[in-house]
Design a protein around this ligand. Structure first.
Ligand SMILES: [Zn+2]
Ligand SMILES: [Zn+2]
Length: 149
């Protein structure tokens, strides 16, 4: 963690950014927070450690991390963006349109097919996003508790 934070710090400095204690705190909180946080959620968490962190600082920091390639910005259609650390291994998402729950999954078959499609097009993929929208088990119309049909 320390090495990573130092590396990010020097990248920010190289881009002409100034050193900032609260930004460092936000970055650390973000990497510890885990998955898919909004600016609001991260601001709340960051304030637990150090009270004077503004939402604007959190917003700018997340944008910066996304630009430097340490975070991915997601728009799951909730009208609010979510940010995810790029340190977590690659995965895809299932997004519930009703309750908004986001589940992660890994499917080697899908990964392989995507590579195959790209190859056929003479395309060299670097990354991809796959978000499947619909209803989770609990929200699916006509769903029953036991999941039976
Ligand atoms: Zn749901
Ligand atoms: Zn995710």
């Amino acid at each position: 963690m320390k090495t990573l934070l130092r590396r990010i710090d020097s990248e920010i400095a190289a881009g002409g950014g100034k050193r900032s204690k609260s930004r460092q705190h936000v970055i650390e909180t973000f990497f510890r927070a885990g998955t898919h946080v909004t600016v609001e959620e991260l601001t709340r968490t960051a304030r637990r450690g150090s009270r004077n962190v503004g939402a604007a600082t959190v917003y700018r920091t997340l944008k910066l991390l996304a630009r430097l390639g340490y975070a991915t910005e997601h728009d799951f259609g909730e009208g609010v963006r979510r940010y995810e650390s790029n340190l977590s291994p690659h995965h895809d998402h299932l997004v519930c349109r009703k309750c908004g729950v986001v589940s992660e999954f890994k499917e080697p078959g899908i990964e392989m097919m995507q590579d195959e499609v790209a190859r056929r097009h003479g395309f060299r993929p670097t990354t991809h996003r796959l978000d499947i929208y619909g209803y989770c088990r609990r929200c699916a119309p006509g769903a029953r508790e036991d999941g039976a049909r």
